[in-house]
Design a binder for this molecule. Structure first.
Ligand SMILES: [Zn+2]
Length: 120
């Protein structure tokens, strides 16, 4: 979806002007372009779903982190990460902070997936 939206943004940025929105200004931000109703409704429907998913996943991530901290807090081998302040047990990710590790891994996966699709 990310790459589909990126392609649409590129296409709309270079779409020819249909008319001026307001008379008197011939600046780029005063241009109107023609986009089909179906296309714009479809893309906004997908964008709405993405916004919902983002909110849901952020809430889920927050709750998982909170539960993991509750599980580790007070244990004899608990550590507090100096970077993200997450509390974890020594054996959870071979001594590394699982929260920072997950964040780094997720960012890399998304970067690879979006780059792979751009290259197709
Ligand atoms: Zn951390």
């Amino acid at each position: 979806m990310y790459n589909k939206l990126e392609a649409l943004i590129r296409r709309l940025r270079s779409a020819p002007r249909a008319e001026w929105l307001n008379k008197g200004s011939r600046k780029k931000d005063n241009e109107a372009i023609l986009v089909s109703r179906k296309e714009i409704v479809d893309i906004l429907t997908e964008s709405k779903q993405i916004a919902y998913s983002k909110e849901y996943l952020l809430e889920l991530q927050y709750l998982y982190r909170k539960m993991m901290i509750m599980l580790a807090d007070g244990e004899y081998d608990a550590f507090e990460c100096e970077i993200c302040f997450g509390i974890y047990r020594e054996n959870w990710a071979e001594g590394r902070c699982p929260y920072c590790l997950a964040e780094k891994t997720a960012a890399e996966e998304v970067r690879l997936k979006t780059r792979e699709r751009e290259e197709l």
